[in-house]
Design a protein around this ligand. Structure first.
Ligand SMILES: C[S@@+](CC[C@H](N)C(=O)[O-])C[C@H]1O[C@@H](n2cnc3c(N)ncnc32)[C@H](O)[C@@H]1O
Length: 233
């Protein structure tokens, strides 16, 4: 038997987790019923609308789109929706799920960048239920890439489970109880609000807002044309 891939071998890890539709759904959000996929997607759409807003003329890009759980709800509200994912199996399921919708583009990406997406070509980038599966460096890589592909005044939304919340701490403790060698490579690793805020600010985003009203960190920012506080890379 092949040894278990390490966390950063995202393509291998997530291809293996999406070999059937049922497995893919379970690893996307832990449910397989259509009604639950719809209602959790609506909840995410609500957070997007409250933070970055989705407008009729927007080109919207999702990093780690999975089977298109959220994309199915976002795409009808904008000009174009670009779903990016590291796993071709996920993208094949998304293609099937979204086949009746116009303005859809699906793109297989490396696992750490958005190469192939032109500079300043997108209005909104969002990434939901993905950061917990990434190395911290790759979370920031994607935020830097989002800054590159966003047009001036483009908006970003990202989230993760909040380590500083009671629920987030419970997740952390559950995983701590496992022997190190038995922890699967896609295991959830939470973020602190400060971590996410730092990535957004260091990438050059302005108007950074961080919500922590439940067990999640939900953060947004805007790529202003001039940001005098943008630190050098
Ligand atoms: C838990 S699912 C969430 C899917 C989708 N965002 C949603 O909320 O329905 C995580 C997704 O991220 C993708 N993924 C994992 N690591 C990735 C990486 N390094 N780059 C891009 N996508 C990645 C997986 O293939 C999977 O589709």
């Amino acid at each position: 038997m092949d040894p278990q891939p390490v966390r950063s071998e995202y393509k291998k890890v997530w291809s293996a987790l999406s070999t059937s539709e049922e497995q893919a759904k379970l690893h996307v959000i832990g449910v397989t019923e259509e009604a639950a996929l719809q209602s959790t997607g609506e909840e995410t759409l609500g957070f997007l609308q409250e933070s970055v807003g989705i407008r009729r003329d927007d080109v919207v890009l999702e990093i780690g789109c999975g089977i298109g759980r959220v994309g199915r709800l976002v795409a009808p509200l904008c000009r174009k929706w670009i779903g990016c994912d590291v796993a071709s199996n996920m993208l094949a399921l998304a293609a099937e799920r979204l086949k009746d919708l116009p303005g859809i583009e699906l793109k297989e990406i490396s696992g750490y960048d958005l190469s192939g997406v032109a500079d300043e070509s997108v209005d909104v980038v969002y990434c939901t239920v993905v950061f917990m599966h990434l190395e911290p460096w790759d979370r920031h890589n994607y935020i830097l890439e989002a800054f590159r592909v966003l047009r001036p005044n483009g908006r970003i939304y990202v989230d993760n489970i909040n380590l500083c919340s009671d629920g987030g701490w419970k997740v952390f403790e559950t995983h701590r109880a496992l022997l190190p060698a038995t922890r699967p490579p896609h295991m959830t690793q939470n973020s602190t609000p400060q971590e996410i805020e730092t990535y957004l600010r260091r990438a050059g985003f302005s108007d950074v807002q961080v919500r922590t009203d439940d067990d999640w960190v939900r953060a947004s920012g805007v790529k202003r044309e001039e940001n005098p506080f943008r630190p050098p890379h």
